[in-house]
Write a new protein. Sequence first.
Length: 341
Amino acid sequence: MRSSIITDAPHSVPFAVTLGDPAGIGPEIVAKSWVMREAWGLPPFFAIGDPASLRAVWSGPVAVIETPTQAAAAFPHALPCLKVADAGEVVPGVPSTDGARTAFQALEVAVGLARAGSAAGLVTAPVGKEQLYGVGFTHPGQTEFVAERCGVSPQNAVMMLAGPSLKVVPVTIHIPLAEVPAALTVDLIRARALTTVKGLQRNFGIARPRLVVAGLNPHAGEGGALGREEIEVIRPAVESLREEDMDIVGPLAADTLFHARARQTYDAALCMYHDQALIPIKTLNFDEGVNITLGLPIVRTSPDHGTAFGIAGTDSANPGAMVAALKMAAEAARSRLAYAG
């Protein structure tokens, strides 16, 4: 729904938005989001990275700032950008070591600003992990990096993918499919579920969240005929949570969880592995899907897509997911205030 610019974020502090890999579509979708700020009622925000990556794909106004406090005054007239490093020669679609290093530094600075309260929350544009690994990045993804910097254990930082019609949480994330059965434990499923419930309450204002849990195997194991993970791991975790008065059901066959009628019966679905969660959310809400990290002391969201190096610089990137990530960050910040109050 379109509305006027949101100004009731905590203390009207702007949101920090990393530009991601300078050669990816991050700079373009951040710039396009600023252009659409009034039409979509976006909160004030400032970019973090190298302004050269914006100028490589956009001819609009950029205001280079030195501190986040300068962002609010600049935001109505130009896209504020806090420069943290020199990305070198930025060529859209051609990632580089300098660009990866800039993306890494931007993420580090942005987390620090959000933790210090200088930013109302953090929105991260996509990064190229292969390039990041070459400059010393050692985490599976940005989610794990942000969690570590916030002092939160990996089990208690939950990656939720949220769109207008579906919210999903992968219990295991960036590991090979062959390793998923051994990685699933009662404690891990419980930790993900507990963080999800608390996150839905804090970030979305849902007083009593309803969770559904997918089985790992076809037909949820079919009574053990197609696998015993449901019997030995998933069901015991679900039953223990039900005994603690959580509104949770499962394990259920994943192939019947995501049609329209089924989605009306729960607020979020816990899925056992990466693609079990991401295929339905990207099918239903590809241009509006948001990655929101639950369990953190700060608000953190991200578009649910990658760097798209193949279309970078062609002015064809859809900013819908970045717009959705900014709106969700603002909504989560307001919801947290209400929850704490």
